[in-house]
Ligand binder design. Structure first.
Ligand code: UDX
Length: 418
């Protein structure tokens, strides 16, 4: 081949990116969707994935997937302490990730990675990128508004907002309107968590760019504030699910009988209820949810993930009276094809925990929401749903059957409980 031919080949060659998702459902989905988007835009994509929650490789013939050891024990993967889990994950994966990247760079000299895209939770990946002289782009799997709140936590701490939280829950956070004190992300092991969040925010600011699964029209003022404050190039190229559904990256089997059940329901009559892949509740909260649903008298499709109630297998914690009262208008599954559910004509509303993927998917289908945030970014997302974007309401009292009943009636029938 002559020199001109070689040059043309080189120019046509696709460039390789390495993506590194955090192995949790709400983080895997947007990263795999981003991988699909980049691939159709002409990039070759390699994915480095932990052994924990590793994907079924047959689902991704278009990507090269490298599985790295994560060293997590049975107890560590089943802990309810998310901070501990994420810290352990970061500690355990730094070495294997570095080795895998080194291997990729030395082996694939013909088409070496030109950049890495890592979930912002991976706090060691900037150092790894620096040591290989590669740019690192961060994917934030959550909203810009919640990132700004996480970044402001030191300020909120300094101003005393985090002291005696219970005595001023309803007060406005004047620096971050319309946030109230009760919307500040709180966690069980707060000191450790705030440290981890700071570390993540600092490492995110060092990146060559931040990709947000959001869109300009939704979070324009927040994107503006972010760019003004941090001067890191940001790319708001979401919502990803409108390009690629999250079906292929589901960690649980999606029960398709939910769609057949919906097919038999009247248009806009059903409330879809799901609290995502991580949130848990206790028996008392579960009772409130169940009786709030029952008392609303509305048809519902409810995702009760095994383990949603701490210490339970599945439905054994649900009162028999509830099951009997709702038999004709309620359908319960372990996991649903959520995007398909939300786009089904029978759906009239979505009661959600305020996870970012769920909110984007709901907005994408024009489905109004009731939000019951459980922790983290969900608190901020839910306040924005009700007070800024006005695409739903937030249950202000936590999980309390009276408010649940009237919230559902208001959402589904446009009126308060009688
Ligand atoms: C987590 C955090 O809790 C969330 O706050 C953060 O924004 C992202 O990481 P998760 O709790 O799982 O995510 O919620 P969410 O972001 O809503 O993601 C759940 C995903 O699972 C969605 O893509 C949804 O479509 C999918 N899903 C959910 C199903 O496919 N079936 C279901 O039955 C429920």
């Amino acid at each position: 081949m002559d020199d001109a031919g070689k040059t043309t080949l080189k120019q046509n060659k696709r460039r390789r990116l390495v993506l590194f998702p955090v192995p949790l459902q709400g983080h895997i989905n947007p990263m795999i969707q981003l991988a699909q988007i980049l691939q159709v835009r002409g990039f070759d994509v390699s994915i480095i994935h932990t052994k924990y929650n590793s994907p079924n490789l047959s689902r991704y013939p278009q990507f090269i997937v490298h599985i790295i050891p994560d060293g997590l024990s049975e107890t560590e993967v089943s802990t309810s302490d998310l901070t501990l889990f994420l810290k352990r994950l970061n500690t355990n994966c730094a070495g294997p990730f570095y080795d895998c990247l080194a291997d990729l760079l030395s082996r694939d000299t013909d088409n070496p990675p030109i950049a890495i895209i890592t979930d912002s939770i991976w706090d060691f990946t900037q150092a790894a990128a620096n040591s290989f002289n590669l740019p690192r782009i961060v994917l934030r799997a959550t909203s810009v508004c919640s990132f700004l709140v996480f970044a402001a936590l030191p300020l909120l701490q300094e101003k005393g907002y985090l002291d005696n939280l219970d005595s001023k829950r309803e007060e406005l956070v004047v620096e971050l309107p319309p946030l109230k004190v009760k919307d500040i992300p709180v966690f069980e092991s707060s000191e450790n968590t705030y440290q981890l969040i700071q570390q993540i925010v600092e490492e995110t600011k060092k990146a060559s760019g931040i990709i947000f699964n959001t869109f300009q029209e939704l979070e324009e003022p927040e994107l503006f504030k972010l760019q003004e404050t941090y001067r890191v190039p940001t790319f708001s190229i979401g919502p990803f699910h409108k390009s690629f559904p999250a079906r292929s990256s589901s960690l649980f089997t999606q029960d398709r009988s939910s769609i057949s059940w919906l097919d038999a329901q009247a248009p806009k009559s059903v409330l879809y209820v799901s609290f995502g892949s991580l949130a848990t509740m206790d028996q008392r909260q579960m009772n409130e949810v169940a009786w709030g649903l029952a008392d609303s008298m509305q048809p519902f499709l409810w995702v009760v993930r095994p383990g949603l109630v701490r210490g339970s297998e599945w439905l054994e914690m649900l009162p028999n009276e509830f099951l009997a009262a709702t038999r004709d208008r309620g359908y319960i599954v372990k996991w649903a094809p959520q995007q398909e559910v939300l786009s089904h004509p029978a759906i009239g509303g979505f009661w959600t925990h305020g996870g970012w993927n769920s909110i984007l998917e709901s907005i994408g289908e024009g489905v109004a929401m009731i939000c019951s945030p459980m922790f983290g970014d969900q608190m901020v997302n839910s306040r924005y749903v009700s007070d800024v974007w006005r695409v739903g309401m937030k249950l202000e009292k936590g999980l309390e059957r009276g408010e649940i009943e009237s919230g559902i009636k208001k959402l589904m029938m446009g009126r308060e409980a009688d």
